[in-house]
Design a protein around this ligand. Structure first.
Ligand code: FES
Ligand SMILES: [Fe+2]
Length: 401
């Protein structure tokens, strides 16, 4: 039997924590509110220290709150972050995604800034401003920046925010030992998908969709230990999934992994989701790090990084790259399947369309197919937004779950 319009629109017969209203994925108004209440308040990974290894190396970063940022290493080796906005008349200072610059000079009227954010030159300054403008009053706007948890460079545009340490709490505890050695980014790519950033984070927060991945079904789902993996939720919406041993040799054409990772058992796999859109995914020989950067309610740029150990021999590195690309590279076995699925969600759930309820109702004792990870995320989302994800049109104070 199919459903008519009234039945299609009826709320699911589940607790209101077990489904969400699809408008939280499609409304541009909610998205602007998320920028203000979520992205401009929390710590976000901008890049990895190995991407700016030397003094004066920089990268630009599109912050999900809307501002473009400069991440730059000074000659004191400290990494700092600034708005990529010239204090003169608001021009973009750096256009290239990465480079090396002792001073950063705005193309418009050639004001220059050093890597500590000081204004070091105002062209024809005295002639035009006499002594009415001091260079000190036109420095760059600095953004809080910290390095940690595997050498990642984190930023927070809220000057009053809590520390990174407090924000992460115990959430990365399962990876404690694994992220001690120095690491290096060996792979970067970005996918821009017409879908909501939360739908990407959802795929990283539930394993029920292993049905999507033939590789995961063969090497994981039908192997011992798979259903023992447990979700654990942490403060501020973070969640982890415990380890299992992936049986790579069960997939034709694949082989057992020769290179492992310090602190991780053979074939081990640990995944940790950080609110609101970052995922540490350590699978046997490679750490994959996803950062979801929303560009609108229905557009997200997902940055993918693959990392190995800085101490790798050329042979070890080659194997890590091969392992990474086999599963997670743009032409690998799994990643495009996930992208296809969330792109499909982006097509089906558009503002004003009829697809109303998204169900996150599986309960399996917090094991791998339980959707408790997503529910944990939406409890935090609701708290920060002051809107229940299942009834977002109403506003009010919502306590932490
Ligand atoms: S806007 Fe940058 S120097 Fe004028
Ligand atoms: Fe997936």
């Amino acid at each position: 039997m199919s459903r008519n319009s009234a039945q299609w629109h009826a709320k699911p017969n589940l607790p209101e924590t077990h489904y969400v209203d699809s408008s939280i994925y499609t409304s541009e108004e909610f998205f602007r509110e998320e920028q203000e209440k979520i992205f401009n308040k929390v710590w976000i990974i901008a890049c990895h220290e190995s991407e700016v290894p030397n003094a004066y190396d920089y990268r630009t970063f599109q912050h999900p709150g809307g501002e473009n940022l400069i991440i730059v290493r000074g000659d004191d080796q400290k990494v700092r972050a600034f708005y990529n906005i010239c204090p003169h008349r608001g021009n973009t200072i750096l256009y290239d995604p990465s480079g090396n610059a002792k001073n950063m000079t705005c193309i418009f009227h050639s004001w220059s800034f050093d890597t500590k954010g000081n204004c070091v030159d105002i062209t024809r300054g005295t002639e035009g401003y006499q002594n009415r403008i001091d260079k000190q009053d036109v420095c760059l706007r600095e953004v809080k920046c910290d390095t940690g948890y595997g050498g990642f460079i984190w930023v927070n545009v809220d000057d009053e925010s809590m520390s990174l340490k407090e924000y992460i709490g115990d959430a990365l505890g399962l990876l404690d030992e694994c992220i001690q050695p120095e690491m290096e980014v060996f792979h970067y790519h970005k996918a821009i998908v017409n879908t909501n950033y939360k739908l990407w984070h959802d795929t990283n927060s539930e394993f029920y969709h292993d049905f999507l991945h033939y590789f995961n079904r063969i090497t994981g789902m039908i192997q011992p230990g798979y259903y023992d993996r447990k979700y654990e939720g942490y403060k501020y919406g973070h969640a982890s999934v415990g380890s299992m041993e992936v049986q790579y040799d069960k997939y034709a054409g694949s082989q057992k992994r020769g290179v492992g990772w310090p602190g991780l058992g053979p074939g081990g796999w640990i995944l940790i989701d950080l609110f609101p859109g970052m995922t540490y995914n350590l699978r046997t020989s490679v750490l994959r790090l996803d950062t979801a950067i929303p560009l609108g309610a229905n557009k997200v740029a997902i940055e993918f990084r693959g990392l190995g150990l800085k101490s790798d021999t050329p042979e070890q590195r080659a194997e890590r790259i091969r392992d990474h690309n086999t599963i997670w590279g743009p032409f690998g076995r799994n990643l495009h399947e996930d992208l296809l699925a969330v792109h499909g969600q982006g097509i089906a759930m558009r503002e004003g369309t009829d697809s109303k309820w998204v169900i996150q109702g599986r309960e399996e004792s917090s094991t791998i197919h339980d959707e408790v990870g997503m529910r944990h995320f939406y409890a935090e989302w609701s708290r920060r937004m002051g809107r229940k994800a299942s009834a977002p049109q109403e506003q009010g104070k919502i306590e932490a779950a």
